[in-house]
Ligand binder design. Sequence first.
Ligand SMILES: *Cc1c(COP(=O)(O)O)cnc(C)c1O
Length: 393
Amino acid sequence: MTSSQQPPADFRDPRFGFETRAIHAGQQPDAATGAVVTPVYMTSTYVHSEPGVYNGYDYSRAGNPTRDAYETCLANLEGARFGFAFASGCIGTTTVMHLLQQGDHVVCCDDMYGGTYRLFETVFRKQGLDFSYVDLRDADALEAAMRPETRMVWIESPTNPLMKLVDIARVAQIAHASGARLMVDNTFMSPYFQKPLLLGADLVLHSTTKYVNGHSDLIGGIVVTDDDALQEQLDFLHRSIGGIQSTFDSYLCMRSVKTLAVRMRAHEDNATAVAQFLEAHPAIDWVAYPGLTSHPQYELACRQTSGHGGMLSISVKGGLEAARRVMARVQVFTLAESLGGVESLIEHPGLMTHASLSREQQRKVGITDGLLRLSVGIETQADLLADLEQALR
Ligand SMILES: *Cc1c(COP(=O)(O)O)cnc(C)c1O
C-alpha cells in the first residue's frame, strides 16, 4: 500500500446512505482473490489446522461467509448489528417463538399474515403458549390485553391484508413497561420505508420471499436485532434448530438487496397511481393504501414510514361475483398469492391467503367477499392502469 491510499471504508457506518450500505455493507472485496462480489462459499465444512483450530468457520449450519455478509448487510439496513437468515419467514417465526416458554402469553395484532396465525394457533398453542389478537390501531388497547405473563407483542404494520397501521413507538413503550419484547414483521414496508428497531422494537422479521428478494424466485426469512441478549439466544436457536437460509439463496438475497431502494421507489410510484385510479373508479367501494389522504391513519403513515410501499387492498362493488370477474379478466396482473416481486399480483384474501381463518374471524377483521389484495409491481405504469381499467369495465 502506498502512503496515498486510504484504509478501506467500513460501509456499516450509518453516515453512508441507505443505497450505499445496501451495496457495500458487510461486503469487502474478497481477501483471497480480489473478487469485487462476495463469493458463493458452497461448502458444508471447513479445515481445522489441528483439532478445534480453524479460521472462524467450522460448519455451514453454524456459519457461512456468504450468509454472514448478507446477514450483516440486512441487519445494517434495519439499523442493527445482528441478522439471522432463515430458509423461510415461517421458520424465522418458529425460531423466534422458541425464545418463549410454556405458559407465556403473546399479544398480536388481529389482522395478520394467515400463515403466522396458523402457526401460533395450531402449533404453538399446543406447546403451551397463549395468544390474544387485538385491533391495535388503538395502541392503548394493548394495555388492556397485557397480562403478567405477556412476554412478547407481535405486530405487523401495515397489517395484511387491510393495511391497518400500528403506532410502533407507542406499542414499544407499552410492551417495555410490562417487560415484554416487541417483534415487528416488517415484510410489507421493507427496511427502505420503515425501520422498526429505530422506533423501539426489539426484533424485526422479514419474509425475504417478498420485497427483500423481490424477484419471486426463492423462499426466505430474516430476523434482525440490536440487542446483545437476544443475539446470543437467537444465535444458539438458529444453529441448533437449523432453519438456515442456504448459501446460494443468501447470495441471491444479497444481490437483490443492492436494488431494494430503486425497486421500492418504483413500487411506490406505481402503487400510488393505481390507488388513485381505483379510488376514483365507480366499480370500487374503497381503497386501503396508507399513501392516500383518505386512509384513516394517513398522518401516522407519514410520521412512521418514509414511504407507503406497493401493497393495497380494494373492495369491489358486487361482492364475490364481481371480484371473480376482475381476477378472471386481468392480464398484466397475475392471479397468485405472495407479494413484493417485480411483477404485479392480485389475489382474493378470503379464498386464498387468509383461507385458514374461519368465516367468522375473516368477518371480524374485515375480510369480505369483495376484497382483493394487489401487490403492485414495477411494470410500465400505463400498462397496469390499462389492465385494471379493462378488467373493471
Ligand atoms: C409471506 C409472509 C410471511 C411468511 O413468510 P414465508 O417466507 O412464506 O415463510 C410472514 N409474514 C408476512 C407479512 C408475509 O407476507
